[in-house]
Design a protein around this ligand. Structure first.
Ligand code: HEM
Length: 302
């Protein structure tokens, strides 16, 4: 196989994994949103059978979400094994090899956490760690995807104010995602059932752990992420080449805030809460993309 075909194969595979991971995040969110986490009570088997031999015709109710999530996740696991092997065979850049290997380790850890969350009946810490590792895997898949493109290979990466700002904001978004995960898995998504007012005022007059997490996520975190994003957007707009990123960040942030508010107003309609989770990942991914590409746009050659 010629080297061009090899490089194209790697690029396609990395892109497919990245896009499928975003879909898997939605499917995984539907498991929690519909309360189907323990519909299949055993792991790694499905009702005592090999999960791949379990007849799809027998899937009913919550099993549809839980079992499809397991099958979808193992397909991504399989594709990640293929990608890692081919990267180690065909890729010359050492850091890309290690990035692919990290992705493989993350997908194994993710499978294990998914299994443990079933075995121990959805403990908050394990379910939240499962949510957190999923986002790290998604972030790694974005990085791998961009690293395979021709324009990435042309220029060297150089840190600058935009890349540092975007990395810092991505870290803040990651914390916001983790707070969202702990809140969701401790059933505190509606601990403050009103928005924008918290009960009958702007600040709750009484506090519990759930109310604190909810206030931290839906008010403080959301405000900090929005202000940080608007500062980054206005600074990117001054650099005309980065316009497309700025507008993408603006669009994803706006959709994310609307979905968050709708999650409360609709009393957590499952597909809206799940889209909010997937869009949160997209916001994180957009910031990682901005951080990576703004470092490339300083024009240094490889
Ligand atoms: C702007 C940045 C935001 C990000 C990145 C974000 C991200 C997330 C994520 C990833 C989750 C799910 C975590 C998981 O289960 O793993 C979540 C849950 C949630 N978020 Fe946000 N969110 C943001 C803003 C908001 C806003 C503005 C609101 C509402 C005012 C909101 C309301 C909620 C609610 C109610 C849940 C829990 C849903 C449930 O229990 O099913 N979020 N958020």
């Amino acid at each position: 196989m010629s080297s061009t075909v090899q490089q194209k194969t790697l690029a396609v595979l990395a892109t497919v994994i990245c896009l499928l991971t975003l879909c898997l995040l939605f499917v995984g969110a539907m498991v929690t949103s519909t309360g189907s986490g323990l519909s299949v009570p055993d792991w790694p088997t499905t009702f005592g059978q090999n999960m791949y031999a379990y007849p799809l015709s027998e899937m009913r109710g919550g099993v549809v979400y839980e079992h499809s999530h397991r099958l979808f996740a193992s397909a991504i696991g399989f594709l990640t094994i293929v990608l890692t092997l081919t990267v180690w065979l065909w890729e010359s850049r050492r850091w890309v090899k290690y990035l692919a290997l990290t992705e493989l380790l993350l997908v194994c850890l993710q499978g294990l956490l998914g299994g443990l969350t079933v075995k121990f009946k959805l403990p908050v810490a394990v379910s939240s760690a499962h949510a957190g590792v999923a986002e790290l895997f998604f972030c790694g898949s974005i990085w791998l995807m961009w690293s395979m493109t021709a324009s990435w290979k042309k220029n060297a990466w150089k840190t600058n104010a935009h890349s540092r700002g975007a990395f810092a904001l991505a870290t803040l978004v990651y914390v916001q995602i983790l707070v969202g995960a702990v809140m969701r898995h401790s059933y505190a998504g509606l601990a403050i059932p009103t928005f924008p007012r918290a009960f009958d005022g702007w600040i709750p007059s009484f506090w519990s752990q759930g109310i604190f997490l909810n206030f931290l996520h839906t008010r403080i975190g959301a405000l900090m992420v929005s202000i940080g994003s608007l500062i980054l957007i206005s600074s990117l707009l001054r650099k005309s080449i980065a316009n497309k990123f700025a507008w993408m960040l603006f669009g994803v942030l706006a959709v994310q805030v609307v979905l968050g508010v709708l999650t409360i107003w609709t009393v957590k309609v499952p597909w809206i809460a799940s889209l909010h989770l997937a869009c949160g990942a997209l916001l994180f991914g957009t910031l990682i993309t901005i951080a990576l590409w703004s470092g490339k746009q300083d024009g240094a050659t490889a």
